[in-house]
Design a protein around this ligand. Structure first.
Ligand SMILES: *Cc1c(COP(=O)(O)O)cnc(C)c1O
Length: 391
């Protein structure tokens, strides 16, 4: 018999910061026959899911659910609220904020894109200053990525809201929570966010394929004035159809079953406990990284992401080579460095359906990989993390 080199026993460790590991309960919930998406059974499920998903965003306002990736929901936030030529404020926190900026540019939005170092979040003081200088209220919206998945930096959305209020500026507030929803606390209503963009595949315990826009009454007002062409992404036919548990086009039936179960799981654990679990795993990860003598990409401790950690390798060491070794030898996928930090960082995803022993396995894989790749590090990061977890 031929010896197979590609066979891997046991479970693959998917430790990229999304898509994430799926709970068996969600997989089983989706393993069901397709039903008529215009029939009474689906209508009941959809109404229930559309209602309960609001709890995850901490909102009482409508949440739109698209079959589509997060990128679509980014576009939807723009075409439903803005007009060509509108001025908006965006911040270069990393790859994902840069991609949202690119979409806005394509729709002829005039973007004041505040440059950044890919190691820090949005500074609320800069928001207050930019909006304070805008006496004629030309800036129609402020766009922020809550958790920059490319850098492991979380911006302080509540503080940014306060900065906007401090200068009484009426701009819409648009926030991307694709890698924070269901893992880092987020308050759509309390923070008066107008459009929250979400995706299924990061902290929401689901496969890729669903994305969200959580709305505010102000966002719906802006929709009335928005002349940007839109069809698939238009909120209004969605809201009309959703009232009866239907969609203007075919919904992703089985992902909706999955979301129903994912919401069950998040609420059974309790959202606050979910956030505490993520905080604890993130802290253990940072303890390991520091004990290894490696540098965390995120500069400010109060902006550390609790869903992923981006780790800088010493100069002259290629992070992609390190990731290749970890994948080949330990069957674990780590996140790559994107764009400006390509080859310089690797990212450890510690979000979603994740527990202490999965984290211990993940950190062990990283420490063994450091050794195999010949990267200078201090042994014992894994022990430091285990001591923390066992406290
Ligand atoms: C993953 C991600 C996206 C992109 O979502 P897609 O589903 O790949 O289109 C956008 N923003 C953030 C913060 C992300 O983490």
């Amino acid at each position: 018999m031929a010896k197979s080199n590609s066979f891997k026993a046991g479970r693959h460790f998917l430790q990229i910061p999304g898509p994430t590991n799926l709970p068996d309960r969600v997989l089983r919930a989706m393993d069901r026959a397709i039903i008529d998406h215009r029939g009474p059974e689906f209508s009941e499920i959809a109404k229930r899911v559309l209602d309960r998903v609001k709890q995850i965003f901490k909102t009482k306002n409508p949440v739109i659910m698209y079959p589509g990736s997060g990128t679509g929901a980014w576009e939807a936030a723009i075409v439903n609220t803005l007009n060509p030529g509108d001025k908006v404020l965006m911040f270069e926190t990393g790859q994902f904020s840069s991609l949202w900026w690119e979409i806005a540019e394509k729709f002829n939005i005039e973007v004041d894109f505040v440059s950044g170092d890919w190691r820090t979040g949005v500074d609320p003081k800069v928001v207050a200053q930019k909006l304070g200088d805008d006496k004629d209220h030309k800036i129609k919206a402020v766009f922020v990525v809550h958790n920059e998945t490319s850098t492991g930096v979380a911006s302080k959305i509540g503080e940014i809201r306060k900065a906007m209020d401090s200068v009484n500026h009426p701009a819409l507030f648009m926030v991307d929570t694709i890698s924070s929803l269901g893992s880092i606390d987020y308050k759509h209503d309390e923070w008066k966010v107008d459009v929250t963009v979400g995706g299924s595949q990061k902290g929401l315990l689901l496969p890729p394929g669903l994305s969200f826009n959580a709305l505010s009454p102000k966002a719906l007002e802006a929709h009335k004035q928005a002349t940007m062409p839109k069809h698939y992404w238009d909120w209004l036919p969605m809201i009309e159809n959703n009232k009866n548990g239907f969609f203007p086009f075919t919904p992703a039936t089985n992902l909706v079953y999955g979301l129903d179960e994912a919401i069950n799981m998040l609420l059974e654990e309790g959202l606050e406990n979910v956030f505490t679990r993520h905080t604890r795993h993130a802290e253990a990860t940072r303890i390991a990284v520091k004990a290894w003598g490696l540098e965390i990409l995120c500069k400010n401790e109060d902006e550390y992401s609790n869903s992923l950690t981006a780790v800088l390798l010493p100069d002259g060491h290629d992070a992609d080579n390190f990731r290749k070794i970890v994948l080949e030898d330990f069957d674990m996928s780590l996140g790559m460095g994107l764009n400006k930090v390509k080859g310089k960082v690797f990212r450890i995803g510690h979000l979603g359906d994740f527990n202490d022993l999965m984290l211990a396995g993940t950190l062990s894989g990283v420490e063994m990989g450091l050794k195999k790749a010949g990267i200078p590090y201090k042994a014992g990061g894994i022990m430091a993390a285990l001591d923390f977890l066992a406290k």
